[in-house]
Write a protein that binds this ligand. Structure first.
Ligand SMILES: *Cc1c(COP(=O)(O)O)cnc(C)c1O
Length: 969
């Protein structure tokens, strides 16, 4: 027996599920001899890559983690006192392990299918309630991407709501964090909004202003009383946005009590690691009257088919899927997982625990200020919460040196040093700081009565800014403080939610593939989690290496010259890419080029992003085969050849087809002076076979949370880096604090220079462990799995579009529109799938009345068969309605999903059996997933919007007719 002592377990065989025997069976069903034959029939020859991907040899899982540990050691974790919007935290262990590190939470999809998502919907409602209480506002959404972009969304909402259409000036306090001002610059430019940056105390408010924004506490730590400023603004019809630090609001009078119209900020310091910039959840709160103008997703209370309490996403008609370029924002993927963590942090600590934490932070800041004052340093902030500021004259250098010796990072600005404290700061840390501030003056801590100062600390917050109103009084925030109760609460919510831990989630366009455990492990390593995004460059070598490698690998995969890792989601990538195109045209003296051609089949974020970039949208038709109508495209491109900015095109198309005319399409755009933006959501069908550069695109974004394994987190986080051809590299986004300028960089699109840096590790791990061949095989198997489903289902459901040789790409659209003739809607199929233990495919995108199925390469044949069996059984149920065997309205489809309460209830009056309701196929019995509520009523919830935890005693549930609108992705 000869033994291979070099045997290495291949990660790709874990990621790509079908084995050789199953692959052979699937190929037979499809009717091809080999995968390569299938690929040749699917991907047009003229766009195939000529060479294999040039990526490093793949690593095994253990080798990857060992190598990454070495890379991680190049990050040096110093104690951070930098502040500036990022604070170290103590993540409660019960939350870290059972949410952040738990696939039952992080592999969930956005809760469009509310009946199997009540757990995360409740957790997000808790988040909204927390934000409403702490800010003193009336409504809040379920997270935005980061503080800077939340401020920009607020500016834009104020702009949209302005009464005086001539008003185009926005007052910006110079005391906002620099990264926030930077993003406001990016967002204001396309609309001709003029930023007036100044001191709120001396600013003159004028009639041409539509809004103003201040920060509370201000960027340098000062706590101002903005009450008079707010009143002055309102007199002039100027709306006021306040960027507020969530921790400080436990002690400070909330902005809602002194005149804010909108309050935004980050909830990072509620138990979410800094992660070198993210991911973190931003919050957005405003008044009830502005609810329809509010960006982002809102969770609302409604009733289910039994009239019981149920939750779902509210007011969805504001979103891009419906409103397209008139949407309130382009935000699709947000930060659900991190919002859930922050909400849970409040549940865990409760109002009293949180207050004690905030008081300790505040108290230690006072102790520090008093101690250093005793040493003769002058503290500059009159009132402050957690940040103190000193002008140290010519001692800045020596202090800086001492701080580094003590592995501490302070914030330096010339001779001014500021020190921001957080939840992790202890008395010993203050003592250390006092010692070295003493040392550089030739003194010692004995010159300060440190022990004496420690007792009798009184707040420095002025009386009229001390919070008196109660918060977090709801039972949810006052019940789960022992670890057992907390653990069981988290688990009880998790049990209501279907995730990838139960079954495949075949959402077309969303690529719900494996999020491998090894990819996730480094995210919570301290070397990556505990770094501040503005930490000195010589402390972050590990991250720089990861970014450089990822940049090089993604450039190889896309065929582009360089990437920007800054955008925090796909739609942010679209916006960043379009702004880069805009800057390119402007730089060439073509600032009049502002028309974006967008095919009618495009995802709603495309027109929404184009609108944000100040572009005019011209829709291009699709032909009856679902392809872009090239003649129409050519006509539009020529008609607008002087104003053409770009084409936005998804490839393969949102119809799941590799359009053969793509090269010609890109050429037409270039000939008419435009640039080609490729929406990379469908990159999972391209990697290793073709590339955006090969088809002729100039820019594309990648949804790392689709193609490159970042989990969806129940609605975020995600990452949407963009790749660009060489001529666009100089315009890639810069940053106000960290120098990443490319020469002609546009202003920042995210608060942190590398966006949600810590989750870039996931994609890094995926590529490193798959290698070029593994990634290419993943693409091939994604196409194989899709075509296998197509072969099994096409005799039961018409497949809407295919390529010239009858193949689909990595996804396919199943047409359900004909069932309407006998009363069955596509939503009935989606809900009935829950009874079979599945999450529905994408409903009504890109074609209303259809479902779009995308299995990914990570699903084994066995799972694909279970899904196909369910779909075929459902087709049979539809047939029964069609030929009168089932009642038209009282049938398993219309009544789906069936809860355990309904199925086991004393009464059962339906014409079909309970078994048929809940166990329609034998495999379901082995592993039943029960939807926790019956079909939710959307109209009821939208009629009376409740977006915080209602006191159940006061809430009356009345019977109402169930009407469920259709969903997009
Ligand atoms: C998912 C998706 C987007 C939006 O990406 P987010 O990361 O959710 O912002 C855009 N276009 C298409 C085709 C998509 O599938």
């Amino acid at each position: 027996m000869s033994i291979n002592i070099n045997y290495q377990e291949e990660f790709s065989s874990r990621h790509i599920a079908p084995n050789a025997a199953d692959t052979a069976k699937m190929l037979k069903t499809i009717g091809v001899d080999s995968i390569d034959q299938l690929i040749d029939q699917t991907v047009p020859a003229q766009i195939r890559l000529k060479k294999p991907l040039n990526l490093p040899t793949p690593k095994s899982e253990s080798d990857y983690l060992n190598t990454l540990k070495q890379t991680a050691s190049k990050n040096r974790v110093f104690k951070s006192f930098i502040g500036q919007g990022y604070y170290d935290v103590l993540v409660p262990g019960v939350i870290q392990r059972n949410i952040l590190e738990n696939p039952g939470w992080y592999t969930q999809y956005t809760p469009y299918q509310a009946e199997i998502a009540q757990g995360r919907l409740q957790a997000l409602l808790n988040f909204q309630t927390m934000v409403i209480d702490l800010t003193g506002m009336e409504i809040a959404n379920a997270s935005l991407l980061d503080e800077g972009t939340a401020a920009a969304e607020a500016m834009f909402m104020q702009y949209s709501l302005r009464k005086n259409q001539q008003a185009n000036v926005f007052f910006v306090s110079e005391e906002l964090f620099p990264q926030t001002i930077d993003i406001l610059k990016t967002r204001s430019e396309p609309f001709g909004i003029e930023l007036q940056i100044g001191d709120h105390r001396t600013a003159e408010l004028t009639d041409n202003m539509f809004g103003a924004i201040v920060q509370y506490p201000a960027g340098d730590g000062t706590v101002y009383n903005y009450k008079d400023f707010a009143a002055k603004a309102h007199e002039k019809n100027i709306k006021l946005t306040v960027v507020a630090d969530i921790m400080s609001l436990l002690l400070l009078t909330p902005p809602g009590e002194w005149g804010a119209d909108i309050v935004v900020g980050t909830t990072q310091r509620f138990g979410v690691p800094m992660g070198f910039g993210g991911p973190h959840a931003a919050y957005f709160a405003t008044k009830e009257e502005y609810k329809r103008s509010m960006p982002g997703r809102i969770i609302g209370v409604t009733i289910d088919s039994a009239g019981d309490y149920a939750l779902r996403m509210a007011l969805q008609t504001r979103e891009q899927h419906i409103r397209r370029d008139k949407a309130t924002s382009n935000i699709c993927t947000a930060q659900a997982l991190l919002a859930i963590m922050a909400g849970m942090y409040a549940v865990y600590h409760g109002p009293e625990g949180l207050k004690l934490i905030a008081e300790r932070i505040h108290g230690l800041a006072i102790l520090l200020a008093k101690s250093l004052e005793k040493l003769g340093y002058k503290q500059l902030n009159e009132a402050y919460f957690d940040t103190v500021k000193f002008d140290v004259g010519n001692l800045a250098g020596p202090i800086h040196g001492e701080a580094l010796n003590n592995e501490m990072n302070l914030h330096y600005n010339g001779s001014v040093i500021s020190i921001a404290l957080d939840e992790t700061t202890r008395v010993q840390d203050i003592e250390t700081i006092v010692r070295f501030f003493a040392k550089v003056k030739g003194k010692t801590i004995n010159d300060v009565d440190f022990e004496g100062l420690k007792s009798g600390i009184e707040t420095v917050i002025p009386q009229d800014l001390q919070r008196t109103s109660a918060y977090l009084t709801h039972a949810i925030f006052n019940s789960h403080h022992s670890e057992h109760e907390m653990l069981r609460y988290i688990k009880a919510l998790e049990a209501k939610d279907l995730s990838l831990t139960h079954s495949m989630i075949p959402l077309g366009s969303c690529t719900m593939k494996l999020n491998a455990t090894t990819e996730m492990i480094p995210v919570t390593w301290a070397e990556f989690g505990k770094l501040h995004p503005f930490a000195p460059t010589d402390q972050v070598g590990g991250y720089m290496q990861v970014f450089n490698e990822l940049n090089a690998w993604l450039s190889e995969i896309t065929g582009f010259a360089a990437m920007s890792l800054q955008p925090n989601a796909g739609a942010q990538g679209e916006y960043a890419g379009l702004m880069v195109i805009r800057a390119y045209h402007q730089d060439r003296g073509d600032s009049h080029r502002n028309i974006a051609l967008i095919p009618s089949s495009a995802h709603g974020t495309n027109p929404a992003s184009a609108a944000m970039a100040g572009m005019k949208i011209v829709v291009v038709k699709c032909d009856e085969n679902g392809n872009i109508d090239v003649a129409d495209l050519k006509a539009r491109a020529e008609q607008y050849k002087n104003e053409l900015s770009c084409l936005m095109v998804t490839y393969p198309s949102t119809h799941g087809v590799f359009e053969e005319s793509i090269i010609e399409i890109c050429e037409i755009i270039h000939q008419n002076g435009g640039q080609v933006y490729m929406d990379g959501a469908n990159m999972n069908a391209q990697v290793g076979l073709t590339s955006p550069a090969t088809i002729g695109a100039d820019v594309c974004h990648l949804n790392l949370h689709k193609t490159f394994c970042i989990p969806h987190g129940g609605g975020g986080p995600g990452m949407g880096p963009i790749g660009v051809a060489a001529h666009l590299v100089p315009y890639l986004p810069g940053h106000a604090v960290v120098d990443i300028d490319q020469g002609k960089s546009i202003h920042a699109v995210s608060a942190a220079p590398w966006g949600s840096a810590s989750i870039l590790l996931i994609s890094h791990a995926y590529i490193a462990m798959m290698g070029g061949e593994g990634l290419t095989n993943a693409t091939k198997y994604a196409i194989l799995n899709a075509n296998y489903i197509k072969s099994r289902l096409e005799n039961h459901y018409p497949v809407l579009y295919t390529g010239s040789q009858g193949r689909c790409a990595h996804e396919m659209i199943l047409d359900c529109r004909a069932f309407k003739n006998f009363g069955i809607e596509v939503v009935d199929i989606a809900k009935r799938l829950m009874d079979y233990g599945f999450h529905a495919p994408t409903v009504s995108f890109p074609v209303a009345g259809t479902v779009m199925v995308e299995p990914t390469e990570s699903e084994p044949k066995h799972e694909l068969d279970r899904f196909c069996d369910a779909m075929i059984a459902i087709r049979k149920e539809i047939e029964d309605v069609e030929n009168g065997k089932s009642d038209k309205t009282d049938n398993p489809l219309k009544n789906a999903p069936h809860t355990s309460a309904v199925v086991t209830g004393n009464e059962w009056e339906h014409p079909y059996t309970r078994q048929k309701a809940a166990f329609p196929l034998p495999y379901v019995a082995a592993h039943k997933f029960w939807p926790s509520v019956g079909r939710v009523n959307d109209t009821y919830g939208d009629r009376t919007l409740i977006c915080s935890c209602p006191p159940l005693s006061e809430y009356e549930f009345e019977e109402a007719e169930v009407t469920t609108p259709e969903y997009g992705t």
